[in-house]
Design a protein around this ligand. Structure first.
Ligand SMILES: Cc1cc2nc3c(=O)[nH]c(=O)nc-3n(C[C@H](O)[C@H](O)[C@H](O)COP(=O)(O)OP(=O)(O)OC[C@H]3O[C@@H](n4cnc5c(N)ncnc54)[C@H](O)[C@@H]3O)c2cc1C
Length: 280
């Protein structure tokens, strides 16, 4: 909330998503030391907090059994002048309420849990999609079949590559071979870019450009990921083109990748999808 408020004061449009359904008045006293109070000043809530908070005489740390003073920080007018602000203690519930009052109305969206994205922002773990049926496609960006499966027939090729005009998109193949099944929150398409247009490891920019070209960036049930250097090798090379089907328990059920696939895409993998979607 502090960061949201400071960004709003600098003209940014900010929305904060919180998984909890509401703030509740749990917890106890929270120390707000002088450096924190200086930040609260920038938010315009220093006085409100100071008025409702306790102003302790000192911060004292003692030996648990003898009471011997181990550390003592006097919190007197001299220390306040030295640090430039008071040192106070407020109830956590009050702190939340005052912080929220410093935000534009409606800034916090409660009951919104971030899913499917690794919180480091660096990698995406396929395991985070566990519980849904995954259609995973291995892609070489120069591969005409991969361009075709992605939708080159309707949307044109990406990067000036000739697509195999005979190959329908995966969306059309699902309709034809998986009894009209469509991609959905339950059946997720994950495209993994393994080779870029120069046969090197693709980057996040490549993934964004591919997703945008083939209109796979607008829906929550379609992901285009850059495999990166770790997936750039001979083993991944022989998996292009093709699809794998992973069930809700995160078990690989059908593997129709590469030019000599273990399973056939049209007579095994795709027709199996309706039944696998029924499994709970
Ligand atoms: C017992 C205790 C006492 C403390 N006492 C003090 C003190 O006296 N003074 C002091 O300055 N500091 C104190 N701290 C430390 C202080 O509470 C933390 O440093 C501070 O709360 C961190 O703020 P934050 O916003 O980074 O994280 P948090 O306060 O942990 O907030 C993160 C929020 O993100 C939400 N969230 C997490 N994952 C998701 C998701 N996937 N989708 C949506 N929402 C999500 C969580 O529900 C949570 O509300 C104390 C900490 C503890 C545990």
């Amino acid at each position: 909330m502090t960061v949201a408020g400071l960004l709003q004061r600098h003209g940014f449009c900010v929305k904060a998503y919180e998984q909890a359904s509401a703030f509740s008045r749990i917890g106890a006293g929270i120390h707000l030391s002088s450096n924190v109070m200086l930040v609260m000043r920038r938010l315009g809530i220093e006085k409100t907090l100071s008025d409702i908070g306790l102003h302790p005489d000192a911060f004292v740390s003692r030996q648990w059994d003898t009471g011997e003073v181990l550390f003592e920080l006097p919190l007197d007018p001299a220390s306040e002048a030295h640090h430039g602000a008071a040192y106070i203690n407020v109830h956590r519930g009050d702190l939340h309420a005052v912080l929220e009052s410093a935000l534009d109305p409606g800034t916090i969206a409660f009951g919104k849990k971030l899913r499917d994205i690794d919180q480091t922002g660096r990698t995406t773990s396929l395991a985070s999609l566990k519980g849904r049926v995954l259609l995973i496609e291995m892609i070489g960006m120069t591969c005409p079949a991969c361009q075709g499966f992605s939708g080159a027939k309707k949307l044109g090729t990406f990067g000036g590559i000739d697509s195999d005009g005979g190959l329908p998109s995966i969306d059309d193949l699902l309709v034809q071979y998986a009894r009209g099944t469509m991609l959905s929150d339950d059946l997720v398409l994950v495209q993994i870019l393994l080779f870029d247009l120069k046969m090197g490891p693709p980057t996040a920019d490549d993934a964004r450009a591919w997703a945008s070209h083939f209109h796979r960036d607008a829906a929550k049930h379609q992901y285009v990921l850059a495999g990166g250097p770790a997936l750039h090798n001979q083993a991944s090379y022989v998996m292009v083109p093709g699809f794998q089907l992973v069930d809700r328990r995160f078990v690989l059920r059908w593997d129709a990748t590469g030019h000599t696939p273990r399973h056939n895409l049209y007579i095994e993998l795709l027709p199996a999808i309706p039944a696998i979607l029924q499994e709970r």
